[in-house]
Design a protein around this ligand. Structure first.
Ligand code: NAI
Ligand code: MG
Length: 337
């Protein structure tokens, strides 16, 4: 098999540390990689005058998949824009996938294995805002389209099939947001007719938020609109270990960008306390996307074994440094071989 073309975007803060860690883990697998590396974030802005230089977009375009670390967003800099939002827009990365899976550690609830599929391009984050009445009134428009609802619902149903899930929860608030959530709900439920093998349920978002705390193990795949998905996925990640473990993927028709959910954690830079596992788990999602499901499962199993052995960074109650956690993952991978 020819080498897999991966673009690495380390970014700012602990980004380079966790991306370096993921690269070491990926290179320990029996898969050939051809790496490219792009500049992104505040450092890129300082060096090249843009937080997302054209050369970086070219590298993402040329790669089969991209692994992104984190960026620092400086307070109010004229001309500055969020490179990750721009990346999502440029490549129309409409599906944000957030797996929520129990880990063998006391910080995690047990029996949970779900994916939240969040629409990533429209809804309340469409960017249609205005100020009226001399600043006394502000309006944000919530734009939902049939096309946007259809493609996110299809992504969720296809993912459910791929995971061997039996049901998908469509989460909305159509009783109040009658037009926008109404369209989202109708579109998703209509499409469900093409997936008779899946049990498609619907749930109001407030009920879903409650159920995630009461009985999270009931969920397999959740599909929802942008803001609801943002909030529910952060809520759910706290059930299973929090930011140091939360992985994600952004999928479009062409590009695919995988990233830990956490930010650049400036205070942790150079301390060795950055947990690399969220990025390793994002790398496992990337392998899955590339059709390397077997290697993805091995990497995930190695991460779980290291967690179970308590070989982790302080955020998970351990005493190891970033690089030492990766050393342990490599040892487990070697034992598995
Ligand atoms: P953050 O995610 O960087 O940190 C939040 C808390 O979690 C901190 O206590 C941090 O020490 C801890 N933490 C984060 N990642 C960790 C890891 N891998 N291991 C152990 N502990 C970890 O969010 P914060 O502090 O709100 O933002 C810092 C910078 O990151 C800001 O400039 C913000 O704009 C940016 N940011 C970037 C994101 C991205 O690149 N996708 C996402 C969120 C924030
Ligand atoms: Mg968020």
């Amino acid at each position: 098999m020819s080498a897999r073309r991966i673009c690495l975007l380390p970014g700012d803060g602990i980004g380079p540390e966790v991306i370096g860690a993921a690269r070491r883990a990926l290179e320990a697998l029996p898969v050939q990689f051809e790496w490219s590396e792009g500049e992104i974030g505040f450092g890129a802005y300082q060096r090249c005058g843009s937080p997302l230089p054209e050369a970086t977009l070219e590298k993402v375009r040329a790669a089969e998949a991209t692994l992104f670390g984190a960026v620092t967003t400086p307070p109010d800099l004229p001309g500055y824009f969020s490179p990750i939002l721009r990346l999502r827009k440029t490549f129309d990365l409409y599906a944000n996938l957030r797996p929520i899976r129990s880990i063998p550690n006391p910080v995690s609830r047990q029996g949970i294995d779900m994916v939240i599929v969040r629409e990533n391009t429209e809804g309340l984050y469409s960017g249609v805002e205005r100020v009226e009445e001399d600043g006394a009134r502000a309006v944000t428009e919530r734009v939902i389209t049939r096309r946007g609802s259809q493609r996110i619902a299809r992504a969720a149903f296809e993912l459910a099939r791929k995971r061997g899930a039996s049901k998908v929860a469509v989460v909305h608030k159509a009783n109040v947001l009658r037009q926008t959530c109404g369209l989202f709900r109708r579109t998703a439920l209509e499409l469900a007719a093409e997936y008779p093998d899946l049990e498609v349920q619907e749930l109001l978002v407030d009920t879903c938020a409650m159920e995630l705390i009461r009985a999270p193990e009931q969920f397999q795949v959740i599909v929802t609109t942008n803001l609801f998905g943002d909030i529910l996925s952060d809520e759910a990640s706290m059930l299973v270990g929090g930011l140091g473990l939360a992985a994600s993927g952004n999928l479009g028709e062409g590009a695919a960008v995988f990233e830990p959910v956490h930010g650049s954690a400036p205070k942790l830079v150079g301390t060795g306390q950055a947990n690399p596992l969220a990025t390793l788990l994002s790398a496992a999602m990337m392998l899955e996307h590339l059709g390397e499901g077997g290697q993805a499962a091995r990497l995930r199993a190695a991460v779980e074994q290291v967690i179970a052995a308590g070989q982790v960074t302080p955020d998970l109650g351990g005493t190891l440094r970033t690089e030492q956690v990766v050393d342990e993952v490599l040892l487990v991978l070697e034992e598995m071989a």
